[in-house]
Design a protein around this ligand. Structure first.
Ligand code: ATP
Length: 274
């Protein structure tokens, strides 16, 4: 099959078509992006500009993929960071890193001749957690710096910044972050339903030799409750089983064994953290 291709690695281009399921999340994100890339119309209608998009949902459901696809869709540079990178013992370091992140995004966009940059901050709850009256002064400064940068998004000259953040603990976020004028567009990224799981399995099967008797539909049924990341693991583990068996192709039994393995792996992880 000439059409086989693998999913692009981090930093490479990725389109919405390469994200399985998540139809509603994709649609909501595209709507928000269309809105963001038309600042003139927003001005004309006197609409309050959108500062940031918050993706919420369980781990491994494709939030990072959505942010990357948003960068490709808007022809932007993509810059990513994780909330935990801003946690430092020394006061002011985290805030400085936030400043640098925005600076880096603008510089990279300029260098690449692009008019916008997507900044993706994963685990935003680490810096944007509820402020508790002075216990974590350093976190406060970091969060304040992020709020300052967000306020400057529309006042600073181009390139424009499209800020996307992700969390699986939305209830932990400080109200200053989620009030109107900040991250005021929230998009829920849920575990995939059966149709979504099938779509994700199809995407990750593209670069694998599957036996003609394999039914990915059945695997989609059997993998109830799995995230996209777990489904990717299922395809990968199945290919490892096939290789160990000296099989030319991945068979149905390899996929069933892989489902058990991924499920067991999760259990073992949970038991270990008890
Ligand atoms: P976390 O909250 O842990 O950061 P996330 O929601 O950002 O997770 P991703 O990093 O986007 O999850 O997904 C991890 C990997 O799982 C992807 O690189 C991809 O291989 C696979 N994956 C997850 N969701 C999907 C999906 N909807 N379609 C295709 N692959 C997916």
């Amino acid at each position: 099959q000439g059409g086989r291709r693998t999913l692009p690695k981090a930093g490479q281009q990725l389109s919405f078509e390469e994200i399985g399921g998540q139809e509603r999340a994709k649609q909501e994100l595209i709507e928000a992006l269309d809105f963001l890339v038309k600042p003139d119309e927003i001005m004309k209608f006197g609409i309050r500009p959108l500062k940031g998009i918050l993706l919420t949902g369980p781990p491994g459901t494709g939030k990072t993929l959505l942010a990357k696809a948003a960068a490709q869709y808007t022809n932007s540079i993509y810059v990513a960071a994780s909330g935990s990178e801003f946690v430092e013992m020394y006061v002011g370091v985290g805030a400085g890193r936030i400043r640098d992140l925005f600076k880096e995004a603008r510089q990279k966009a300029t260098k690449a001749g692009k008019s916008s940059a997507v900044i993706f901050i994963d685990e935003i709850d680490v810096i944007g957690g509820k402020r508790d009256g002075g216990q974590h002064r350093e976190y406060d400064q970091t969060l304040n710096q992020l709020l300052t940068e967000m306020d400057g998004i529309y006042t600073t000259d181009s390139p424009r910044i499209l800020l996307i953040a992700a969390t699986n603990r939305k209830e932990m976020l400080d109200s200053a972050l989620i009030r109107p004028g900040r991250f005021d567009r929230h998009i829920q990224v849920d575990l995939p339903d059966k149709k979504g799981r099938r779509h994700i399995l199809d995407i990750h099967a593209k670069n694998k030799p599957l036996d003609e008797d394999v039914s990915l539909e059945r695997i989609a049924e059997e993998s109830f409750g799995f995230s996209g990341a777990q489904l990717e693991s299922v395809m990968n583990e199945a290919a490892i089983y096939a290789m160990r068996d000296d099989n030319e192709n991945v068979m149905q039994q390899h996929l069933s064994m892989a489902i058990d393995k991924v499920m067991m792996g999760e259990k073992t992880d949970r038991e270990a953290t008890k």
